[in-house]
Structure formats: C-alpha cells, structure tokens
Design a protein around this ligand. Structure first.
Ligand code: GTP
Ligand code: MG
Length: 135
C-alpha cells in the first residue's frame, strides 16, 4: 500500500463538488487517512509548486490556489498514486476522458487553465514531500 496527496482545489470546493469527488475516491476503495480544509499561504504554495517556478502559469496558479480553501486528503491504497491520477484524468479538462473527474466536471481549459478541480501527487517522492507540506 502507498499514500498520496489529493487536493480538491478552490474551484472544486467553491462549486460544491467535494462530496462528488470524495464519493468516487471512496467507491474505488481508497482509504481516507486524514482530511482537512486548508487556506494555503504563499509560502506553502511556493514549496508545493517549486517545480513550476518561472513557468508562465506559475503566478496565476498561485493566485488561484490562494482564492479560497482547498480540501487536502491523505489517501492510502494499492498503487494509489497512479490510480488517483487515472481517476483525475489529464491536466487539461477539455481533453480529459469522460468518466474521469476532470473529464466529467472540468470546465473548458480556455477559461482558466489552472481550474482543473483536483491535484494528485505524481510519484512516491512527490507524495512524501507534498504530504509533509499540507499535513
Ligand atoms: P496536478 O495534479 O495539479 O499537479 O496536475 P498535473 O500533474 O496534471 O499538472 P502539473 O503538475 O503539470 O501542473 C500543476 C498545475 O498547474 C495543473 O494542475 C494546472 O492547474 C496548472 N497548469 C499546468 N499546466 C498549465 C498550463 O499550461 N497553463 C496554466 N495556466 N496552468 C497550468
Ligand atoms: Mg503535477
């Protein structure tokens, strides 16, 4: 078993989709180990998104992530890192497959790219680093 960090980002929380997203995660059989509502400050987000510093979407992404609370989830399960990213769908909600969180609930990428509802760690190293930041 392994652990990952899942975030329901500010757009997901504001749109009232936290329950629907949690229902999919629970239906898959993953275990909620810890869950909290977080209003991240800039320092937390700079650490979380360090790999993206300097990219054109970095500042808008931080602004968006400070626009409201996110739900942070410590999630456990067999191959949950890869499995949650599969549940989430591709980064761009416009092209995310139907049946995925971003494919079913995501709005058009052209609107605001960073608004793709969820985050999921992309490796065991990222998961350990990110879980230490949010919990
Ligand atoms: P996460 O699970 O959120 O990390 O998504 P990801 O791994 O599919 O995407 P990535 O780590 O590459 O980017 C992190 C976040 O930055 C994405 O979830 C988007 O919110 C945002 N993002 C990524 N690429 C772009 C882009 O080209 N433009 C904009 N505006 N935002 C982007
Ligand atoms: Mg990522």
């Amino acid at each position: 078993t392994e652990e990952t960090l899942v975030l329901v980002k500010p757009d997901g929380v504001a749109r009232g989709l936290t329950g629907a997203i949690l229902a999919r995660i629970e239906a898959k059989g993953y275990s909620l180990v810890d869950i909290r509502l977080v209003e991240p400050d800039r320092d937390l987000l700079e650490r979380h998104y360090a790999e993206h510093e300097g990219k054109p979407f970095y500042e808008p992404l931080l602004e968006f992530m400070m626009s409201g609370p996110s739900v942070a989830i410590r999630l456990a399960g067999n191959r949950v890192i890869e499995g949650f990213r599969s549940l989430a769908g591709t980064t761009d909600p416009t092209t995310a497959a139907p049946g995925t969180i971003r494919g079913d609930f995501g709005r058009d990428w052209g609107l605001k790219v960073q608004q793709n509802l969820v985050h999921g760690s992309d490796s065991a190293e990222s998961a350990a680093r990110e879980l230490a930041i949010w919990f």
